[in-house]
Write a protein that binds this ligand. Structure first.
Ligand code: PMP
Length: 382
């Protein structure tokens, strides 16, 4: 199989599994228990927390373990909003946030919270001028992703942090797609809170963290004594140890990013050469190295994914499936892409396992399959 869906999830690294297995089999005691095994689990928890803090450039106390980025996003937005002063009730979300996060935006709006979306420009980058005009004195919090999971486009976190802080608002960043792919350090990043998820960087699923600036009030959303009362529930120790192991494995991510950018560029230029109808979104803007978001003319994404599947290639569509029918990607809609084009969106996301040979195989095999379909489509047009 040629796996080109790393933005959806990544395989757990063998070292991560090796770190987790002894926890599952031997360190199963409750980290809150007073007895010896409980204290042993507690020590493993604090070792993992220290590793996370060291790799991500924050203090151990700033790490709150969660079930993943979705929960971390909820905790940040609901928790920081609940702790804000009554004069600040407005929350701003990026318009191309992860679909789950935009559901939270809608839920808040339905509950009477003033919510605005920060628009993107046609090229997929954030409209900073619009952001500047929306971030006012009634804003409690801006919630913005660091890198888009569909297009790979990077968001101007530093600039938005400056705008938010000048207006007295907080900034939460969903860095789920950035961490593991580009250098990251919480101290100096500019955000007050940052979400991450282990399964995006070869860790296990169902575990992530919210990094929360020391001393910042944030009302817990799951009540309990764990995580200093900020997130209740017996800790997923194996998952947390796996998360820490995955982070410890990262090292300097820049050489990998450079390698993936070269492979991604080879893929894109090969496809556009073989199939001139190929259109690539966000090609000209700063974006994640391994992400390529494109369409082949207006060929249905289902047809393309079917052909890819036949070749043993796992890729993804930009469309979220809602009640059986394909919906155009909200990210492309926010960029002003026509629906007919958005319904053709295919996402390739490369990662650690991607090799030049795999890209060559794809470039040799896919165009001959798509070319006749593209011509049929052209001929079929009135
Ligand atoms: N935010 C972004 C940008 C994502 O890409 C994802 C995962 N697709 C999430 C949040 C949700 O992460 P999790 O699966 O850990 O809840």
């Amino acid at each position: 199989m040629i796996y080109l869906d790393h933005n959806a999830t990544t395989p757990p690294a063998p070292e991560v599994i090796a770190a987790m297995l002894p926890v599952l089999s031997g360190l199963w005691a409750n980290a809150s228990s007073q007895h010896g095994p409980g204290q042993q689990a507690k020590r493993a928890l604090s070792t993992a927390r220290a590793t996370v803090a060291e790799v991500l450039g924050c203090k151990p106390v700033e790490v709150i373990f969660t079930s993943g980025a979705t929960e971390a996003n909820h905790l940040a937005v609901r928790g920081l909003l609940a702790a804000s002063v009554p004069a600040r009730r407005r929350v701003l979300f990026g318009s191309v946030e992860h679909a789950g996060h935009l559901r939270l935006a809608r839920a808040l709006r339905d509950a009477g919270v003033p919510v605005d979306l920060l628009p993107v420009q046609r090229d997929g980058t954030l409209d900073l001028a619009a952001a500047a005009s929306l971030i006012g004195p009634d804003v409690a919090l801006v919630s913005l992703m660091a890198a888009n999971n569909e297009t790979g486009a990077l968001m101007p976190v530093t600039e938005v942090a400056a705008l938010a802080h000048a207006a007295g608002a907080l900034l939460h960043v969903d860095a789920t797609q950035l961490i593991g792919k580009l250098p990251f350090e919480f101290a100096g990043y500019g955000a007050d809170a940052v979400s991450l998820s282990a399964h995006k960087f070869h860790g296990p699923k169902g575990v992530g963290a919210l990094l929360l600036r020391l001393g910042l009030p944030c009302v817990p959303q799951i009540l309990g004594s764990q995580e200093r009362g900020r997130r209740g529930g017996t800790e997923n120790l194996a998952g947390i140890v796996g998360l820490a192991a995955a982070l410890a494995l990262l090292g300097d991510v820049r050489p990998q990013a450079a390698r993936l950018a070269r492979l991604r560029d080879a893929l894109e230029s090969g496809l556009t050469r073989a199939l001139p109808e190929t259109h690539i979104w966000c090609r000209q803007v700063p974006r994640l190295a391994g992400t390529s978001y494109l369409r082949f003319g207006q060929l249905s994404v289902d047809v393309v994914l079917q052909r890819l599947d036949g070749l043993g290639v796992a890729a993804s569509s930009g469309a979220a499936c809602a009640s059986g029918g394909s919906q155009p990607s909200h990210v492309l809609m926010a960029m002003g892409v026509p629906v007919e084009e958005a319904l053709s969106a295919v996402r390739f996301s490369l990662g650690t396992s991607t090799t030049p040979a795999q890209i060559n195989t794809l470039l040799d095999a896919l165009p001959p399959l798509l070319e006749p379909l593209l011509h049929e489509q052209v001929l079929a047009a009135p």
